[in-house]
Design a protein around this ligand. Structure first.
Ligand SMILES: *[C@@H]1O[C@H](CO)[C@@H](O)[C@H](O)[C@H]1NC(C)=O
Length: 357
């Protein structure tokens, strides 16, 4: 074969992959208008890139509504979403428990999600999310008087990937820069998603490899699309095993769906993640730096978690000086948002936050 023939063959193969590989086009062209005012104060943050406007909300404890003068002493919990979720996703029971325990709660949407700007939509790059979280925390420090919050009594709560971001920020940020009193990693992402993919392939090789092939095809299609058209493509955030979805362990599809509400979709939310942000996610490993964490840390772990394995969080707990590890037996990653498990977790979490914040 001559070089020209080889190049023609390669071109034909890539064209074929482009045709059959998964990859959806972008679906949003402008931000949806924000919802009518709810039982919270709308906030706006500048994102970690220094430009994006992030949509945020401040929820105050019910009893504080009538006594604004005393509100300056309110401790505050910043809540950090899981991968692909928005402030309108169903982690509502946690928020309610925190405000009912007397904490103010700040929620926000990462850039490219929910009511925050940033294009193309739905980029899940961990380093960008960490930068957004740090930016939010810095603005909380400077605006706490205006918002009548106590900037010396701040805690971070993060679930799933958000739990990973909380660990990363706690490991990176000096106490004098951002006084954080406690952090909670709720079924946190600790080691790299690659390790979780390997686990999936071990448990069910055929389905696991099918999924891997689909995602690999999607990456090739994305690369071609970037090169030829400068456009990103999308794969599902969650889906059945063997699909092209980012999260595709047996319980992921149904479990993730339970976190999506009508309100989540009102912002234009669709079950898609920008393929270009998948690779950095695969290599994101908060575990590498957890040894630096000196802040009291609560890790809530689901024994049968296949997405963020319990063993990874247990390893992290050994590295963190002031770690408390709570393991919920017999449940999976998405079983921490309702039922008995939720009840037990809320009790542990609120007690921990009250003690340290
Ligand atoms: C959960 O994990 C434990 C320990 O690995 C195992 O003994 C148990 O059978 C698992 N339960 C379920 C429901 O998978």
């Amino acid at each position: 074969m001559t070089l020209l023939q080889k190049l023609a063959l390669l071109g034909a193969v890539l064209a074929a992959v482009y045709q059959i590989a998964p990859g959806e086009p972008a679906w949003m062209t402008e931000l949806h208008p924000p919802p009518s005012p709810g039982p919270y104060e709308s906030l706006q943050f500048v994102g970690g890139d220094g430009v994006s406007k992030l949509s945020g909300r401040l929820h105050r404890p019910p009893q504080a509504e009538n006594e604004r003068d005393d509100a300056a002493t309110l401790p505050v919990i910043v809540m950090v979403n899981g991968l692909g979720l928005t402030q309108d996703s169903n982690v509502t029971p946690y928020r309610h428990a925190f405000i009912n325990a007397g904490f103010a709660v700040i929620t926000f949407d990462f850039a490219t999600f929910g009511y925050s700007d940033g294009w193309p939509r739905h980029q899940v790059k961990p380093q960008h999310h960490v930068a957004d979280l740090k930016a939010v925390l810095r603005q909380l420090q400077t605006k706490s008087d205006q918002w009548t919050l106590d900037n010396n009594r701040v805690a971070l709560w993060g679930t799933s990937m958000g739990g990973g971001h909380v660990l990363t920020v706690a490991a990176d940020v000096a106490a004098d820069e951002l006084p954080i009193k406690a952090i909670v990693g709720n079924v946190p992402h600790v080691k790299s998603a690659l390790e979780s993919v390997v686990g999936t392939i071990r448990r069910d090789p055929l389905t696991g490899l099918t999924g891997l092939l689909q995602v690999t095809g999607a990456l090739i299609k994305w690369a071609i699309s970037q090169l030829m058209k400068g456009e990103t493509t999308y794969i599902p955030l969650h889906g059945p095993p063997g699909s092209a979805a980012m999260m595709q362990n047996p319980a992921d599809d149904e479990g993730y769906s339970r976190l999506i509400l009508e309100e989540t979709r009102d912002s234009g939310w669709t079950n898609l993640a920008s393929v270009g942000s998948v690779v950095p996610t695969l290599f994101y490993r908060p575990y590498n730096n957890v040894g630096n964490i000196e802040i009291p840390t609560l890790l809530i772990v689901a024994e049968n978690d296949t997405l963020c394995p319990a063993s990874a969080a247990r390893d992290a707990a050994k590295e963190i000086t002031k770690a408390r590890l709570v393991t919920l037996p017999g449940i999976g990653h998405f079983d921490v948002y309702n039922g008995e498990a939720l009840h037990a977790i809320l009790k542990e979490t609120v007690a921990f936050l009250k003690e340290h914040v």
